[in-house]
Design a protein around this ligand. Structure first.
Ligand code: FES
Length: 122
């Protein structure tokens, strides 16, 4: 039912944790199930130099959190804003149709963290 990549990121999630002096923090909840994802960013010169996440959620939510952190690290903020929930699911070789809603958290939390950083810059 789950791809090998989903299982790998669920069993060995990358970039779990928090960043105490984060430059941006994004928190989103999934209205479908009540699960929550929080993403922390360190940003230098508009590039994401470090990223960590904490997710209270299902296995698909944890796998998509892990994948989005890998995809975002080293990217510029504009590049990271273009990452979509769909592209995260595709990078995991897909999710079962009934779990696609779980991927909504990942890019949304990343984008919320970038928005939070940009707000502070104003
Ligand atoms: Fe809540 Fe998957 S069931 S994110």
């Amino acid at each position: 039912m789950y791809t090998d990549k989903v299982m790998d990121h669920f069993e060995n999630p990358r970039n779990v944790g928090e960043i105490a002096d984060a430059d941006g923090v994004g928190l989103v909840g999934n209205p479908t199930c009540g699960d929550i994802m929080k993403i922390y960013l360190k940003i230098d010169n508009d590039v994401i130099t470090d990223i960590k996440f904490k997710t209270f959620g299902c296995g698909a939510a944890i796998a998509t959190s892990s994948m989005v952190t890998e995809m975002a690290k080293g990217k510029t903020l504009d590049e990271a804003m273009r990452l979509s929930n769909q592209s995260v699911a595709e990078a995991l070789d897909g999710l079962p149709p009934q779990k696609m809603h779980c991927s909504n958290l990942a890019a949304d939390a990343l984008h919320a963290a970038i928005d939070n950083y940009r707000e502070q810059q104003k």
